[in-house]
Design a protein. Structure first.
Lengths: 318, 537
């Protein structure tokens, strides 16, 4: 069986369609972030890991509705309650005021015991994070993404050429923007694993981009490669790696879908972000990274001629 | 026939044996999210910000040692006590532990002091001064709002917190006319003294339980603290006592300096008092402590001694005779477990500073089990999908890849157990991701071989070229992902770190499996064929 054998799609020719599509998606995402800032005061739906606060997951023995739970926890003043996976399981999120970390939690448990009796529910999970830890996490997550950007840029610039590095960073930034936009629009709760998922996307997207770039590099360094029309060469490289791209992304997606459907509520958000990342990462390696490489080349020159001169030129533009 | 690959086969078999050996010996530790348990992040509490960085570092070092002793004795299996950064300790207690007991055990300072109880006359002279300071600082109106203006104590504690504003409007109303009259009364207000009833033995007062909070608010005022006589300190009893219909708290008047502290304890143990069947903790001093204790008690026969634990009096025996090297803390109605915990923390020693909980996570065992079950099902589905896709698409070469991938799995698990890594839920995701990368590496190689075959190369050459040309893409892809994983490891905490660890191990193993194991299997497969025989790919 062969998929996309000898494919010959003019990807680059249609790159403008992709530009428009990506722009629309990113603008939608940014609009979502802006709307979030306006309506809930934060561009993302940060969970207690980042804001500090208490999260309690309770499982009731009998059928219980969110409304019952809400009235038990003080009606209109009740902290946000969401159903979690199973029928009788709920997650209660209480913000942290000036109080000590465990006071908030103890108060919630007392309220629950008072309303339902202690043997009718079990607390299956609690997360309580002090505000100091939360803000540290926010900073660390940002630093981690930035650091991985810089280091991979350096690595790719060293292994390939600087313009490849720049193009891959553009593609990765594109993927992250789309993912963040998705998270903002659907108000997916940002917890620690979500950050791990975003960083995985960075890794996956780079992986995909590198495979295409590796082929471009190879074709470029082959005999006569530097004299070939760059657009045709990039198109050829994408098409040559297309079977691999489809098979790998397909397999990864199958695995992730399995995780999504049977993996349970705990990792659902995490898996969802990864699935999105695989789709976006595959798309961007073809429609963003490769065109970006050509655009950079068009503006900054290079791609043909003396390698040494080119390298100097690349450094000068850096 | 297999001569050229014999070395390779031996290497692979050896690695499999080592991996399985580690797996058998260590098995894989499951994270708290999978097996349930409690995760705490503690920090030295320094509300005034007066500790120097050195002092904090020293405090956290000692606290870590003491916590280790306490938790070891508490009997949790495989606890983790780890210092992170300059001033934090992570404590992880797997399994189903009693949360509040564990927390108490960890947070209790366990600073034990022995102080002489002084006659209340030592304080009496200062009471008027204390009352004046309270009135002076809080103002009469606030006190009136609190209901602390009369001789009789009031229950309305809430007003102290919200009373400030209301007091202003009150003051505006009664403005000039009543001003002088209030001035008169001001001197006569006795907010603190009014709360005190005479104690049931010398050196104590009784304060109604509902007034304790107000009294504490008064005593927290710096001016009031300065108004206390020198060398005198006040301590609450640890437990309230009932007198008739009402419940009171004892307030002890003691010497400020302890004549003996807990660091001179040698041993402590819990038992039931045979006479009243009540829990108690007995303790022994070391030689120096015993000497000091007996000298002191010789001089103070007939006096009371307050045994103060973390600022509360847990016991106040009267000295009937010279006491040697041991003593008893009566625990009243506490159960024996509580006494055992107290004995434990006394043995382990006092924490050098208060520890504050910065982060607390607990996962019930049922949720953890559920996660394991679900991940297992997801894992099986994922593996089946990969096997079907690979063999369906690449036939015999796919079979070789699947074999190589199973070697990969054993290596990853072996690596995890060899490095004693903990498998968390995000960690499983990391495993799955690296499995994806291992598959990808095989796909890259096979696609390349197909391309080379399509170019008309002989089988053997095509295979060699395929591996060779796929190498650069595999190396670069793996290294960039490894960079990300290492950064995550550096910046991440808890669950993210778990993800980074399995991803890093996974990448190393996948790299090896694709380039070495798959190649070896290919060489075995090709060894029976002539250079130009077709292969199934």
């Amino acid at each position: 069986m062969r998929l996309f054998n000898d494919a010959n799609f003019p990807f680059i020719e249609h790159r403008h369609v992709a530009y428009v599509f990506s722009t629309i998606v990113i603008v939608l995402g940014v609009a979502g972030m802006a709307f979030n800032i306006f309506s809930m005061g934060s561009w993302q739906n940060y969970g207690v890991d980042f804001t500090g606060g208490s999260l309690i997951q309770v499982q009731f023995r009998d059928a219980t509705t969110a409304a019952q739970l809400r009235s038990a926890l003080g009606g209109a003043q009740a902290p946000p309650i969401t159903r979690f996976g199973e029928e009788n399981e709920f997650v209660i999120r209480a913000p942290l005021g000036e109080e000590e970390v465990d006071v908030v939690r103890a108060r919630l448990e007392d309220q629950l015991t008072a309303a339902f009796g202690s043997d009718l529910f079990t607390v299956v999970r609690t997360d309580t994070v002090g505000p100091k830890i939360g803000s540290e996490l926010q900073r660390n997550a940002g630093l981690a993404i930035l650091a991985s950007f810089v280091l991979t840029l350096v690595y790719i610039a060293f292994r390939f050429e600087l313009r490849f590095g720049l193009a891959s960073v553009i593609a990765t930034a594109h993927d992250i923007m789309i993912t963040l936009g998705f998270l903002a629009v659907f108000r997916v709760e940002i917890a620690l694993p979500t950050v791990a998922a975003i960083l995985t996307i960075v890794g996956y997207s780079l992986n995909d981009t590198i495979v295409v770039f590796d082929r471009i590099r190879e074709n470029l360094n082959a005999k006569g490669g530097r004299r070939e029309d760059p657009t045709a060469l990039v198109d050829r490289s994408i098409n040559e790696t297309l079977p691999r791209t489809v098979l790998t992304s397909g397999t990864t997606l199958v695995v992730l879908l399995a995780l999504l459907f049977v993996g349970g509520a705990v990792i659902r958000d995490f898996t969802l972000v990864l699935i999105l990342g695989v789709v976006v990462g595959t798309y961007s390696s073809i429609f963003v990274a490769s065109p970006a490489l050509l655009e950079i080349q068009k503006r900054l020159g290079d791609g043909s001629g003396d390698r040494d001169r080119k390298k100097r030129g690349a450094r000068a533009t850096a | 026939m297999l001569k050229p690959v014999r070395g390779r086969i031996i290497v692979i078999l050896a690695l499999i044996v080592v991996s399985l050996g580690y797996l058998y010996k260590n098995s894989i530790k499951l994270g708290l999210d999978l097996q349930g348990g409690m995760h705490l992040v503690l920090e030295v509490d320094d509300p005034d910000g007066t500790m120097t960085a050195d002092a904090r570092a020293d405090a956290i070092d000692r606290a870590e040692r003491i916590l280790r002793t306490r938790i070891d004795e508490f009997g949790v299996e495989e606890p983790l006590i780890q210092k992170v950064g300059a001033d934090r300790i992570i404590v992880e207690l797997p399994g189903n532990t009693d949360e509040s007991r564990a927390k108490n055990l960890i947070q209790q300072s366990a600073f034990l002091e022995f102080k002489l109880v002084l006659p209340v006359s030592e304080l009496e002279s200062a009471l008027a001064r204390i009352d004046r300071q309270i009135v002076g600082v809080l103002g009469e109106d606030v006190l009136r709002e609190m209901g602390q203006d009369a001789e009789g104590p009031s229950q309305d504690v809430q007003n102290l917190i919200f009373g400030g504003q209301a007091a202003d409007t009150l003051a505006a109303d009664s403005a000039d006319a009543a001003a002088e009259e209030q001035e008169e009364q001001l001197v006569n207000l006795r907010p603190f003294t009014a709360l005190l009833a005479s104690g049931d033995f010398e050196g104590t007062y009784l304060v109604a339980l509902e007034d304790v909070e107000v009294a504490n608010q008064f005593l927290a005022i710096p001016e009031v603290r300065r108004a206390l006589p020198r060398d005198v300190s006040l301590h609450w009893d640890a437990t309230p006592m009932g007198v008739g219909q009402r419940t009171y708290m004892r307030l002890y008047v003691t010497e400020e300096d302890a004549f003996l502290t807990g660091d001179m304890l040698e041993d402590a143990s819990a038992q039931r008092d045979p006479q009243f069947n009540q829990a108690q903790v007995t303790f022994q001093f070391n030689r120096a402590g015993g000497r000091r204790f007996s000298t002191f008690t010789t001089q103070h026969i007939g006096d009371y001694i307050a045994i103060v634990l973390d600022d509360e009096v847990v016991s106040a025996p009267v000295v009937r005779d010279r006491i040697g090297a041991s003593g008893v803390i009566e625990m009243g109605n506490a159960d024996i477990a509580e006494a055992a915990d107290l004995a434990l923390v006394l043995r382990a020693g006092a924490l050098p500073a208060k520890l504050r909980i910065m982060e607390e996570r607990t996962v019930g065992p049922s949720l953890g089990q559920d996660s394991i079950d679900r991940s297992r099902i997801a894992g099986i589905i994922a593996v089946v999908a990969v096997v079907v896709i690979m063999i369906g698409y690449y036939k015999m070469a796919g079979v070789l890849a699947v074999l190589a991938l199973s070697v990969y799995m054993m290596l990853v698990l072996g690596l995890l157990s060899a490095f004693d890594a903990t498998l968390t839920l995000p960690g499983m995701a990391g495993l799955i991701l690296s499995l994806g990368m291992a598959v990808d590496a095989n796909v890259l190689i096979f696609e390349r071989i197909r391309e080379e075959l399509a170019l008309g190369r002989a089988t053997r050459t095509a295979v060699d070229e395929g591996f060779q040309h796929a190498l650069s893409a595999i190396v670069d892809a793996n290294i960039t992902t490894l960079i990300t994983a290492l950064i995550l490891f550096q910046f991440g905490t808890g669950p993210v770190k778990g993800f980074a660890v399995t991803l890093s191990f996974g990448i190393v193993a996948s790299f090896f499996s694709a380039l070495y194991v798959t190649k070896t299997f290919f060489l075995i497969y090709l060894s029976g064929k002539k250079a130009s025989d077709p292969i199934s790919i």
